[in-house]
Design a protein around this ligand. Structure first.
Ligand code: SF4
Length: 295
């Protein structure tokens, strides 16, 4: 094992050039805004579900100002069933700030990006790296897993720590203009080869992997529980929002209630949380509407 933590850039870059998925937000000519939209949508959502929604979205609203000019309800409808609809609201707010305060251009530095609505540590660096080719560490679950295995010989990455994870990945980046491609390559390797449940080591381009060399020692500690979606408040929120998305008019409480009859307390809790998040609103005559449609 090399004394310095190391992932051979040439092996990773050659593999990425040959094996990367053709995703539309990686095409030449895609704007920083459109890349930012893809990053919002890809948080906790598989690529296959994002593809059609992203394609329609950027065709309809190609710029921050176009997005900002849309109504909050139109944005929520276009978000469809991507889940975690607060992201749609934050994306709309983000578009509004970029249009108003940044001349309709996505900022290119991490610090300014971090000040925008809905943009956290990962998204700020992903936009700086993928849209502006900056040599910043971009660390998601996939990257943390590849580094844990290939560099540290561990089955999984353990608890995240932004400072530590960024320092580790920064040290791995090549010191030339290949750094952004290295970052996206590392992420891609974790997404399609070094996957959480079944790493496909036979297809891995890395000639050196500490975990493989050690004979794949199992993870320490209790197995992580996989969160189920069925029956969660998140599912109930989604069902209530569907009623409003599919209606051109505000609806009655009874129309909402019928969406989830299994547990009425859970349904009330979900409805309260949607109101509190500003994703839906009450009209003066006591009906319910998507944000901005009940005024
Ligand atoms: S050899 Fe296997 S475990 Fe190691 S980085 Fe490649 S895919 Fe992951």
């Amino acid at each position: 094992m090399p004394s310095q933590p190391h992932i051979p850039a040439d092996e990773l870059l050659e593999w990425y050039a040959r094996s990367r998925r053709d995703l539309p937000w990686r095409e030449p000519g895609v704007s920083a805004w459109q890349i930012l939209v893809s990053e919002f949508m890809l948080q906790q959502t598989p690529v296959a579900r994002v593809l059609p929604i992203w394609t329609d979205w950027v065709r309809r609203w190609p710029t921050p100002s176009a997005t900002a000019a849309a109504s909050a309800a139109d944005v929520l409808r276009a978000w469809g069933k991507l889940g975690y609809p607060r992201r749609a609201k934050r994306l709309h707010e983000c578009a509004t700030v970029i249009a108003r305060e940044h001349g309709d251009v996505v900022p290119d530095d991490v610090e300014t990006l971090l000040g925008l609505p809905g943009i956290g540590s990962y998204t700020a660096r992903a936009v700086a790296c993928f849209a502006y080719r900056q040599a910043v560490p971009v660390v998601d679950t996939n990257v943390r897993r590849v580094v844990a295995r290939a560099v540290h010989g561990l089955a999984d990455a353990g608890s995240p720590s932004t400072t530590r994870d960024h320092a580790i990945v920064s040290a791995l980046l090549p010191k030339d203009d290949a750094a952004p491609t290295f970052s996206v390559g590392l992420m891609e390797l974790g997404a399609i080869v070094c996957t959480a449940r079944a790493p496909r080591c036979g297809l891995c381009p890395l000639s050196e992997c500490a975990w493989r060399r050690a004979g794949y020692p199992p993870a320490q500690g209790p197995a992580r529980r996989v969160q189920s979606y069925a029956g969660t408040d998140r599912q109930v929120r989604g069902l209530l929002l569907d009623v409003l998305r599919l209606s051109d008019f505000p609806v009655t409480r009874a129309q909402l209630d019928v969406a989830w009859l299994t547990d009425t307390r859970q349904r009330d809790r979900a409805l309260d949380s949607l109101l509190a998040d500003g994703l839906i609103s009450r009209t003066v005559d006591g009906l319910f509407a998507l944000a901005g449609e009940g005024d």
